[in-house]
Structure formats: C-alpha cells, structure tokens
Design a protein around this ligand. Sequence first.
Ligand code: NAP
Ligand code: F7E
Length: 383
Amino acid sequence: MSKTALITGITGQDGAYLAEYLIKKGYIVHGIKRRSSLFNTDRIDHLYQAPTVENRNLILHYGDLTDSMNLTRIIGEVKPDEIYNLAAMSHVKVSFDTPEYTANADGLGTLRILEAVRLLELAKKTRIYQASTSELYGLVQEIPQKETTPFYPRSPYAVAKLYAYWITVNYREAYGMHASNGILFNHESPQRGETFVTRKVTRAVSRIALGMQKNIFLGNLSSKRDWGHAKDYVRAMYLILQQDQPDDYVIATGVTTTIRDFVSMAFSEIGATIEFRGSGVDEKGYLTGVERARFDTMVGGDYYEPFAARIGEVVVGVSKDYFRPTEVELLIGDSTKARTRLNWTPQYDLKGLCNDMMVSDIKLMKRETYLKDGGYRIMNYFE
Ligand code: NAP
Ligand code: F7E
C-alpha cells in the first residue's frame, strides 16, 4: 500500500522538491494550493495530473492556512499518513509589513493543522512535520546554533514561527502525537523565490552578464547565512518523519558566508571578479576583470565584448530600502544530531549550489523576454 502525504505549501520551493521526492518514493501526494488570479503552480507543473487521470499520485486541493474548516475538511478526507506543514508567509522583511497576517498563517496555521488532526482522531495515524527555522535563533545566544540553543526571534515572521515551534512540541507532549520540528537553516535552489537574496543575486548577475541589467542594489552585505541546497533539505524532512520517535532537528551545512561573498561567488561563476569599496550604504562593488574562457562557457561568446567593456564600472550598490528594522546578523548551524541519528548529510556545498542556480538563471534569462514584463519583475527587486 502506498503511503499518503499531505503537503501544505506545495507550490513553494520546498513543497515542489518534496512532492517530487515523495512521488519517486511511491507516495500518493496531496497538496494544498491557494486560489490565485494568476497560475501559481509553475514549480509543480511537471508533476501535475488532470483530475480525469486514473490512479493519480498528485492531487491538489484549494485551501488556506487561515481557514480552519477548509483544513479540517481536507485532512478528514485525505486521512494522510504524513503531513508536511510547509505553507507560510516566508519572507522575513515582508513580515514587518504584514505582521498580523504572518502571525495568523505561520503561527495559528500550525495550530489549526494540529488541532484538526486531534479532533479527527488521527493523532495515532498521522505524523506531522513542522517547517521551523533558523530565524528562531535571531540574535544568536550561542555559536554555532543547535537544538538546545535558546531562541531570540527578531522579526514578526520569527515570532510567529516560535509559536508554531512550541505548539508542535506541546501537541506532541500533551496528546502523544508524532509531531516534529525541522529547524532548517537557509536553503536555496534554482526554484528559490526571486526576492530572497541568493536568487535575487543569481538572477541579477545573469542579467548583467547578458546586458539586460546594469547593476543590483542590495541591503546588509555583512550578514552571514548558512546556506544549503533545498534538494538536500527536503530529504531531511522525510527522514524526520520516518523515525520511530518524534523529535526536533537542526538541519544545516555548518558553513557560514556573508552576502558580500555570495555576490562575489556568483560573479566568479561567470569568470568575473568584483572588488568592494566603501562602507555602509556607500559600499559599492566594482567589476575588476573577467576570464574569457569561463565567461564564454557559462554565458556565451556573443556577450563577452559588451560585458568586458564594463570593467571598472559599479555593478553592485547598497540601498537602505533593503535593510530590516531588526536584523539576524549571523547564522551557522550544528546539525550533528541529524547527521548521527538520521544519517543525513548534504550532497551540495555552497559552490555547487551557486553553480546550480547560475546555470539555471542564465538559461532562464536567455529564454524570457524581459521587454514585455521587465517592469513588473524589476519592481520585485524592492522586496
Ligand atoms: P516559499 O517558497 O515561500 O513557499 C511558501 C508556500 O506557502 C507557497 O506554496 C505559498 O503559496 C504557501 N502559502 C503562503 N501562505 C499561505 C497560506 N496562508 N495558506 C496556504 N498556503 C500558503 O517557502 P519555502 O522556501 O518553500 O519554505 C517552506 C517552509 O519552510 C516555509 O514555512 C518557510 O517559512 C520554512 N523555512 C524555509 C527556509 C528556507 O530557507 N527556504 C528555512 C527554514 C524554514 P503561493 O505559492 O501561493 O505563494
Ligand atoms: O535574507 C540580507 C538580509 O531574505 C538573507 C527565509 O526562507 O531563510 C530565509 O530568510 C540575508 C538577510 O533570507 C538583501 O538582510 C541583503 O540578512 O534571503 P533572505 P532570510 O531573511 O534569512 C530563513 C531560514 C527562513 O526561515 C525564511 O523563511 O540577506 N540581504 N540584501 C537581503 N535580503 C533580501 N531578501 N534582499 C536583499 O536585497
């Protein structure tokens, strides 16, 4: 008998990778997607099966984490073996603009799922994975951060996720539910949302290389993140739910890097070197050189001359618009527990991740016509 999983947030980065992973393992996957005035299923279109297909292994339901009755009905109908609660308003900076909604979706949304499972008397059958986050550590109390490190959230997003973390622990202890938190550090991929910093950078560097954009403006270049690949991290989610006992696990690479160094790394993927000069909002990144062979391989010989002509120019700027009211300056995770108990190890290092994203974005930028919708996409750079 195939196992049945229900994924909230299936249209997001992690939801899409997890759905693909579970389907390959023989699962029947149900996903909750929000109604949108535009198509919002790009990331899972390759997995989609029309309702007319018999014995489907991917079934989508309309729903929302703010709608208890909807969630209870879906969980009651699907009676999943496993629920992966990945849905969230996941952008830290946007959470300062939409704090109440973020608390409702990210905090109470988790409670709605746990309570639905309990009321439907599925507590003994259904295992629950809660998408917890390294943002819980915020103003870090220990370096590196592990499962026992005290939390100190620094945004409405993180505070909402703090509630979600503890309500998951509470339902586990109060009702004996198999409910676990994955405390995942930042993970990225070619499917990463365009307004998170790594993807913003790989998209922009690709467009600069192709002559479609002059420069990129960023916020705090000095904050440090422990970045892994989403493909590795969804594997950890699955492993957490396969354990006999529910528990909480840090998932991280153990390597931390500044935003500034990630920008240099993205440029070096196309053979270019950058030098940063100045400080604070006056800091700028200058294009100082380009290695022809590497550029030709990654981008294409046709684009070399106009790009090389820009040596000496500013390609990276800083804008105060991208700074947050309170920042998380340093994240670096210690995932010893996951590595020993789950036998989890990441396959990608940061260079491999950056290469994967750059190859994908150069291809994507070459394909898309930005004359048509460029304005709209450039607007997104301000988030
Ligand atoms: P993402 O790409 O932003 O995806 C979020 C998903 O949640 C999307 O499918 C989105 O739908 C859906 N969603 C948002 N609000 C919803 C609501 N009210 N009701 C139902 N669905 C809703 O995020 P991700 O990077 O895949 O992250 C997955 C989860 O892990 C999130 O909970 C995030 O907070 C958490 N997390 C992420 C990271 C990371 O580095 N990626 C690290 C730690 C924890 P639309 O597609 O319609 O917007
Ligand atoms: O920012 C700095 C920014 O938005 C990373 C979410 O998946 O991971 C993610 O949250 C850093 C911050 O991710 C820009 O100030 C500089 O220090 O890519 P981000 P995040 O805030 O770490 C955690 C684990 C989650 O749980 C979240 O759901 O980069 N930064 N300049 C910038 N960030 C953005 N977005 N844009 C900039 O221009």
